[in-house]
Write a protein that binds this ligand. Structure first.
Ligand code: PLP
Length: 470
């Protein structure tokens, strides 16, 4: 006899109650955690219990015990890294994904989640102006989206050079030259490492972190030197939409033209910046973007779906499916049907991560996504403007997107102010290093950040600066 929902009811009701308490506390709570992982180890750990605990009681214990160690990442006053909040529709849809418990790897097995993810993928391409023939895969984050796009690239450029990487591996393969901008995100290097491609060739960037197309041209010429022209040199260029510190975008039109003239595959890491392509008046930042071959982004950053969700799009569907697919006997597939989810991502068994993306896109609509990106940018610009009124504060970047990077004279002062802001807890911002200096980096990535939160942020920086100066 089926047990139905009865055994779940108390635990789920408790979880709903704690969710409302948590979300309700966001506007006023201390943003940073008040307990360390070390301190909480004893609360959650100790010896493995011999006896179990009823689910609802456990949920109450879990929520109460975790509370002091939670970072208020969904708060409008959280400005750390590039971590976005969560849209109501996306959070609720994510709950359903857990409740449905669909292992979404085969279209025929889980048709609803497959159809939802396919719709989300089509909307994603349309919204961002990417080639409609591309495949879209939903992965855990931009690191895996980079990995997936670059795996497809590796497959294709080796195939073009007459090498079957699936059969023969990398030993003895034609050497792939990977070119990246000086200020690419480290996860690109990590993805290249996972793929056995080693350390990339670094191309100079300007002071905001934009790759130089002229330098890229020279570097590609050098990478091709020594080739006798009898086979193609496998070349891979990684560009970036949205620099972590400045928010700057690589000059896609020029850089992609140069890369394509050399026959290179072009991959774009647009973890939080790709969404600029949804905003008509930002076309100067993203023109030419759709001339690349693969694109990686996060849905958990600018789009504000819950952790974790990244998106990869690849124009060369043959390369992606070849790089990601397996054909075991237990997977009966419709011949000639659309791709199954497992053919587009590294995972086999998988959560339907695209469902919250579908919910976010449907709840916002085309205009709502553009409005959300605009709002983040406007708050970032307002913050930078207000901060500039403070004595001794420098804004180091051109604030053209969602990032504001500041310094307070010398490194020691900047570090002290950053530590003080975090300790005060009114807002949370991360320290970093950029252009050879310690900096305070402010990322506006949450749809709930409003004028009051901007004021709170300015006030927190002012208070911390005054305290450090004594
Ligand atoms: C955050 C980020 C990544 C890594 O994304 P994850 O979701 O953390 O895997 C890669 N590139 C850029 C530019 C980023 O901002």
């Amino acid at each position: 006899m089926s047990k139905g929902d009865e055994p779940y009811r108390d635990a789920l009701d408790a979880a709903v109650r704690h969710t409302h308490e948590w979300l309700g506390s966001q506007p006023t709570r201390h943003v940073g955690p008040l307990a360390t992982a070390g301190e909480l180890a004893a609360v959650f750990g100790g010896p493995m219990p011999d006896q179990g605990m009823p689910a609802a009681e456990l949920i109450n214990f879990l929520a109460a015990s975790a509370e002091p160690g939670l970072m208020a990442m969904p708060s409008g006053r959280f400005f750390g890294w590039v971590i976005g909040g969560t849209l109501p529709a996306a959070l609720a849809a994510d709950w359903l994904v857990s409740a449905w418990d669909q292992n979404s790897f085969l279209r025929a097995a889980t048709p609803a989640t497959a159809a939802i993810e396919e719709a989300a993928g089509r909307w994603f391409l349309d919204l961002l102006g990417l080639p409609g023939e591309s495949d879209v895969g939903f992965v855990t984050g931009a690191t895996m989206a980079n990995f997936t796009g670059l795996a497809a690239a590796r497959w294709r450029i080796l195939a073009d050079a007459g090498w079957d990487v699936d059969a023969d591996g990398l030993a003895g393969a034609p050497a792939i030259r990977c070119l990246v901008g000086e200020q690419r995100h480290d996860s690109v290097d990590l993805a290249l490492r996972y793929l056995g491609l080693g350390r990339p060739i670094v191309v100079a960037s300007d002071e905001q972190g934009r790759i130089s197309p002229a330098e890229l041209d020279c570097a590609l010429d050098r990478a091709m030197m020594g080739s006798d022209g009898s086979s193609r040199v496998p070349l891979l260029v990684c560009l970036q939409a949205g620099n972590l510190h400045s928010g700057a975008f690589d000059p896609f039109q020029a850089a992609i033209a140069v890369a394509k003239a050399h026959g290179a595959w072009v991959h774009v890491d647009g973890a939080f910046g790709l969404w600029a392509a949804a905003v008509p008046e930002l076309s100067a930042l993203t023109t030419g973007l759709n001339g690349a071959d693969s694109w990686a982004t996060d849905a958990h950053k600018t789009l504000n779906v819950p952790y974790d969700c990244g998106v990869v799009a690849v124009r060369d569907t043959e390369a992606l499916r070849a790089a990601m697919s397996i054909n075991p006997s237990y997977m009966i597939r419709d011949a000639g049907a659309a791709a199954d989810p497992f053919q587009l991502v590294p995972e086999l068994s998988r959560r339907a991560r695209g469902v919250p993306v579908w919910a976010a896109l449907k709840s916002l609509g085309r205009e709502g996504v553009a409005a959300q990106v605009r709002l983040l940018m406007e708050r970032a610009a307002a913050l930078a403007g207000r901060l500039l009124e403070l004595d001794g504060l420098e804004v180091l970047n051109e604030v053209a997107y969602t990032q504001v990077t500041v310094a307070f004279g010398d490194d020691e002062t900047t570090r002290a102010v950053t530590a003080r802001i975090i300790e005060d807890g009114m807002v949370w911002m991360s320290g970093s290093r950029w252009q050879g200096r310690d900096v305070l980096r402010i990322s506006v990535s949450n749809w709930t950040t409003d004028d009051g939160d901007v004021e709170a942020a300015v006030g927190a920086v002012r208070t911390a600066l005054e305290a450090v100066r004594g």
